[in-house]
Design a protein around this ligand. Sequence first.
Ligand code: T5A
Ligand code: NA
Length: 225
Amino acid sequence: MTTPRGALIAIEGLDRAGKSTQCDILLNRLRAAGIPAKLQKFPDRTTPIGHMINSYLTTTSTNLDDQSIHLLFSANRWESRDSILSTLQAGTTLLLDRYVYSGIVFSAAKPAEVIPDPKPLSISWCKAPDVGLPRPDIIIFLNIGQEEAEKRAGFGEERYEKREMQEKVRGLFERLRGEGSGSSTDKEDWWVVDAGGSIEEVAGEVWKGVEEGLRRVREGSGEVR
Ligand code: T5A
Ligand code: NA
């Protein structure tokens, strides 16, 4: 008998919504439920491309034009494509801490003052380089108000963590939830969670979304673990 494949679960949301916190909890919860699971974070700052991205995000001295940094974020996902597919194939569920959706909205949201030559990147241009990457089975979106996000530790330390940019990101995520990423012919289903509650409350809602998503996938194709 062949091993059923693992599920691909993307956790998305605004900066400081609690994605990494929730990914760790979910990873343990899946394992406790007997589902082999792994975690992959994007950007993956450990690779040579990831080092460039990290330096762009954390220093103002690294200047890259908007198109170049957008393509680096995408390339940073493409360099993981084979390992994503082989992980799923081996029957392991894979959690992604951010994925193509962050890639699209953050680049398209850049306000004029971040770029010297203010030509915002179009959503369709931003979607193109990620077309062909594995499509998540489940997308969990952590929704948080700007005021709450700003109260959380570390907000404002990196390049995009500014109120105006974050408001733009919020609007573009809403648009993307409506129209899909374009990397597949079907529109993706998003499970939206209010991330303003306590860590435990949010974890409970995330788990509901994952259980619901796994049920839907199993009923649809029956192939997922
Ligand atoms: N980006 C990313 C692009 O532009 N293009 C791309 O293709 C991709 C993939 C860095 C930036 O890169 C951009 C988006 C970002 O601007 P990152 O490395 O994911 O992306 O950023 P991080 O700084 O790691 O993550 P975030 O700022 O988004 O934070 P998280 O993961 O949402 O939040 P987390 O879990 O680290 O929690 C933040 C703080 O809040 C507390 C935590 O303890 C922590 O102190 N917290 C809570 N406090 C109260 N109540 C709760 N429910 C809480 N949950 C967490
Ligand atoms: Na994070």
